[in-house]
Ligand binder design. Structure first.
Ligand SMILES: [Mg+2]
Length: 322
């Protein structure tokens, strides 16, 4: 049976050409060199089997998603990711599982130039915690709290896909195989919106990532900014696969409350909107305007301009489930 150190060496030490890693995995702690004049941004997230992913999900997808959800939080802060550490708890040593998990993690880390600088393996129910560190130029971080009345509200990519992917996976929704495959990839291999985040520096007044549903995450931004908003439902960007899922009228409540999309939701002052749209010309997936910020607190939804009921449940909250 290989030791913890051997397993970490085998699966979690990989080439990363970052000159700012002075000491990576292999000592009691990692030593890194943040660039001069930049602020460090830290974020941590845990995925637990049965809570965040179903048993039997392909380990490569779990490795990808465990890092992706953390990179999405850095993106929401306008930060460029640099380093990550992993604490992995496994019920038993399964080297095939470890190899596939590490491949999924490594591929995404290398896409964004993230170095894995720390690793810890323990035995127990399957779960993983990743901490990511990144940086922003001094004063350039994006916060939830900066939205002002009159600001325009945008969201990157498309919303609702991951929730529909879960419905397909659980047999609650049947779709043609190409649409099902697309929605499943959105659920299992979300793409953190790092490029969009960097384009938003200096343009956005506030930002958050959509992890627990558009309505709930927008409400978090509104509360932090002490403002309200109106969102026009017909403006919400839906993928062709999501549109294919609704033969009857679109279930806006489903779209507003579906979690796991990892898109960026952000606000832009009217005078900055031109610069933001220009910066987004080069960003894959783009961004769509969905509403505007108002002084009156609370979230209001309209459907073709007419008041529309808010969803009964705002979105996913671990401690508010029945
Ligand atoms: Mg977040």
């Amino acid at each position: 049976m290989p030791s913890e150190t051997e397993l970490i060496q085998r699966y979690f030490v990989f080439e990363q050409g970052r000159a700012d890693v002075i000491q990576g995995i292999g000592d009691d702690g990692a030593v890194v060199m943040p660039p001069a004049g930049q602020e460090l941004v830290a974020s941590v997230d845990t995925l637990v089997e049965g809570v965040h992913f179903l048993p039997g999900i392909e380990p490569g997808a779990i490795g990808h998603k465990a890092l992706a959800v953390n990179l999405s939080d850095l993106a929401a802060m306008g930060a460029e990711p640099a380093w990550a550490s992993l604490a992995l708890t496994l019920p038993e040593v399964d080297e095939v599982w470890l190899r596939d998990f590490s491949r999924g993690l490594k591929a995404l880390a290398q896409t964004y130039g993230v170095a894995l600088i720390g690793g810890d393996l323990t035995r127990g129910p399957l779960s993983m915690t990743i901490q990511v560190l990144g940086f922003v130029p001094r004063g350039a971080a994006l916060y939830r709290s900066g939205a002002q009345p009159g600001d325009r509200i945008f969201v990157t990519g498309s919303v609702g896909d991951a929730g529909l992917g879960l419905a397909v996976l659980q047999g609650r929704l049947e779709l043609p195989s190409d649409a099902a495959a697309y929605l499943s990839s959105r659920l299992h291999r979300p793409a953190p919106r790092i490029e969009a985040a960097l384009a938003l520096r200096g343009c956005a007044s506030a930002a958050i990532d959509v992890s627990d549903g558009l309505a709930l995450d927008l409400e978090r931004l509104l509360a932090a900014s002490r403002v309200g908003a109106t969102v026009e439902l017909t403006q919400l960007p839906l993928s062709p696969a999501a549109r294919a899922a609704f033969t009857t009228p679109i279930d806006w409540s489903q779209i507003l409350t579906a979690g796991d999309d990892y898109e960026l939701l952000f606000t832009v002052a009217p005078e900055r909107a031109g610069a933001m749209e220009k910066a987004f010309d080069a960003i894959a997936g783009g961004a769509t305007e969905i509403g505007h910020i108002e002084a009156t607190p609370g979230l209001r939804c309209t459907l073709e301009g007419h008041a529309h009921a808010r969803p009964r449940r705002a979105g996913y909250d671990h401690f508010a489930q029945p």
